[in-house]
Design a protein around this ligand. Structure first.
Ligand code: G1P
Length: 292
């Protein structure tokens, strides 16, 4: 049994990159084939042994709450229509984890979103998962990215940042870590810097949406200097934390899709279709027929 029991999943962003779709549908609810993105993330948490989940939402997104709540009316209708398998599928969503919805009233940055979860976390060390990063460990589905981090936490009792190398041209999109020695997969972090320029980037290791943090991160989030528009940065608070406590980067195994970008979203669709027995044949034939 892992020691980390709770995770926060911030979902209160505006999703401006996907307008006009995000006018009515939060990007976390975009389907990848037949499942909303957020459900893949919640399933990664439960496969990692974490069943106590805090989803941070804005009031404008009741659809997220609806999706993860039991819908007995729909279950009844499916049963009457002799759709037992579908009924079980729907029922499972409402009972796969203990989900608490936490409201973020203003979009004041990732750090601010995490601060809203302090009461829910209740003094424990905890995990964070960002919905823009879909990570699939095709080689070992029983060991998702978050599980690799919570295992590393169990060994170190320290904060763990999930990282992978990104191309130099992409460093300015991410939180980048400076490490003491490149002894992958577990490396001590010297510094974290949010969205550095190419010249400033101390390495190619980017923090890709999976964290395990010690509870004292909340006190740094309260102290950190606010950025533009009054936003509170998580990376900036982690950089303060590591001056007082050991923080590690863990180079996790798994393919990561930036589904906050249009190209990344399409890539996830293609790969997941090709990984499914019910779609692989048809889709690979279609791709071949394109003669790219
Ligand atoms: C956020 C974090 C950044 C991290 C990235 C991963 O940035 O602030 O440190 O590397 O997620 O996807 P955002 O993509 O929200 O701008």
């Amino acid at each position: 049994m892992n020691k980390i029991k709770k995770v926060l999943i911030p979902c209160a962003g505006l999703g401006t990159r996907f307008l006009p779709s995000t006018k009515s549908l939060p990007k976390e609810m975009f389907p990848i084939i037949d499942k909303p993105n957020l459900q893949y993330i919640v399933e990664e948490a439960t496969k990692s042994g974490i069943n106590d989940i805090g989803i941070i939402v804005s009031e404008a997104k009741p659809i997220i709450v609806n999706h993860f709540s039991r819908d007995e009316k729909l279950e009844d209708l499916l049963l009457k229509a002799n759709k037992q398998k579908e009924k079980e599928l729907i029922e499972a969503i409402g009972s796969m984890a203990k989900i608490t919805f936490i409201y973020q009233k203003e979009p004041l940055g990732l750090g601010h979103a995490i601060l809203q979860g302090e009461e829910f976390i209740n003094g424990e060390d905890f995990a964070i998962m960002l919905g823009d990063d879909l990570i699939i460990n095709y080689d070992d589905p029983s060991l998702p990215a978050l599980k690799q981090l919570v295992d590393a936490y169990d060994k170190t009792s320290s904060s763990i940042l999930g990282v992978q190398e990104v191309p130099l041209s992409n460093v300015s999109k991410y939180g980048i870590v400076d490490i003491k020695d490149d002894v992958s997969p577990l490396m001590e972090v010297k510094k974290t810097i949010e969205k550095p320029s190419l010249e400033e980037a101390p390495s190619l290791y980017a923090v890709l949406g999976r964290y395990v943090l010690t509870n004292n991160i909340f006190s740094y989030l309260k102290k950190v200097k606010k950025g533009k528009n009054g936003e509170i940065g998580l990376t900036e608070a982690i950089d303060m934390l590591l001056k007082d406590n050991k923080v590690y980067a863990y180079r996790f195994e798994g393919k990561r899709y930036d589904i906050g970008s249009k190209a990344g979203y399409v890539e996830a669709f293609i790969d997941l279709a090709l990984s499914r027995d019910d779609l692989k044949g048809e889709i690979s034939q279609y791709i071949k027929s394109l003669k790219l």
